[in-house]
Design a protein. Structure first.
Length: 325
């Protein structure tokens, strides 16, 4: 039995679909709300859906789980309620870590590439406290994920109890189906698709850095199916312990991305540059790229989907009457 927090969300529901297809029983801790988020689970429902507010009480009565995959979080990079973000992204993670350590349960949790800030300190997924201290996240969300990474590192370095196998996953720019409930945090690929199919050009931010041309801002975009494959590997990997980057290892420009969305929609290139909103200036990551040697050395050898192939696959899903996995 596996518990997936945030299992009705974007990455969580894609993971749930994979586990369900293989007959692996799961419990999901999440809220469906009053809109269409339930459709993320419609084709692959869990055995039980737990309200996150009841999660700790439920755990106290639950027989031993095989693993907890903790994906639930406040993930908005524009979040401003520091107390709420800390409680959700740090305190709950600490509680689940301690539970797994006490009961011999595997633990996988979502960290984020947002912990790397502007990338000035690099993107090395070294887990040593001294290396982590060099990072400077640019927003509250990134800070909260960084704070838990630091806390976990101190547990290891001080000899405190740890789960028998565990991994923190620094997700880079994941895209794919079942993200439609995310509002402003939906992937830029879906946004560009919507702009183009509405008859407008794909709008990209002008660069706010003199040495980076417009459209040359880069991200490590990773197809959600590849992210799920990596999580499935972590579930069975032996002696797993540490924080791992999860991207493709290859940054691609926003211009590459926009052109691929045009091509996947069989539309001529229509790309327009607009000014970056004032609140994002100075807080915008102009380059992210995940060094992937650590996860590869741990034994994950599956190839990554190219940006063009992943976008084509996603656009094909978006054209369906019900574009859910």
């Amino acid at each position: 039995m596996i518990l997936v927090t945030g299992g009705a969300g974007f990455i969580g529901s894609n993971l749930q679909a994979s586990l369900y297809a293989d007959g692996i029983p799961t419990i999901v801790a999440d809220r469906l709300g009053s809109a269409d988020k339930w459709r993320n689970l419609a084709a692959h429902p869990p055995l039980e859906l737990i309200d996150p507010d009841r999660l700790l009480a439920w755990l106290a009565t639950m027989p031993k789980l095989e693993a907890i995959i903790h994906l639930g979080a406040i993930s908005e990079t524009t979040a401003t309620d520091g107390d709420l973000v800390w409680h959700s992204n740090v305190t709950l993670s600490q509680t689940l870590w301690r539970h797994c350590a006490a009961h011999g349960i595997g633990f996988i949790y979502a960290s984020s590439a947002a912990t790397y800030g502007d990338g000035a300190a690099g993107f090395d997924d070294c887990f040593a406290t001294e290396s982590l201290k060099k990072l400077r996240p640019l927003n509250l969300y990134g800070f909260s994920k960084h704070a838990f990474d630091l806390w976990a590192a101190r547990q290891v370095e001080t000899g405190a109890p740890t789960p028998p196998a565990w991994a923190g996953v620094k997700f880079f720019n994941v895209y794919g189906p079942n993200e439609y409930h995310k509002g402003r945090m939906i992937s830029v690929i879906k946004v560009k698709h919507d702009e183009l199919t509405a008859g407008a050009p794909a709008k990209l931010f002008r660069s706010d850095q003199a040495d980076i041309p417009d459209g040359a801002q880069s991200r490590d975009f990773i197809w959600v199916g590849d992210a799920v494959a990596a999580l499935r590997f972590m579930l069975t990997a032996k002696n797993l312990a540490g924080v791992f980057n999860l991207g493709t290892g290859q940054a691609r420009t926003y211009l590459d991305m926009a052109r691929a969305v045009c091509a996947a929609n069989n539309l001529p290139e229509r790309i327009e540059f607009i000014d970056m909103p004032e609140p994002l200036r100075g807080k915008y990551q102009s380059f992210t790229q995940a060094p992937m040697e650590k996860l590869r050395e741990a034994g994950f050898i599956a190839p990554f989907t190219s940006l063009e192939d992943g976008i084509a696959r996603y656009i094909d899903i978006l054209r369906r009457p019900a574009p859910y996995l």
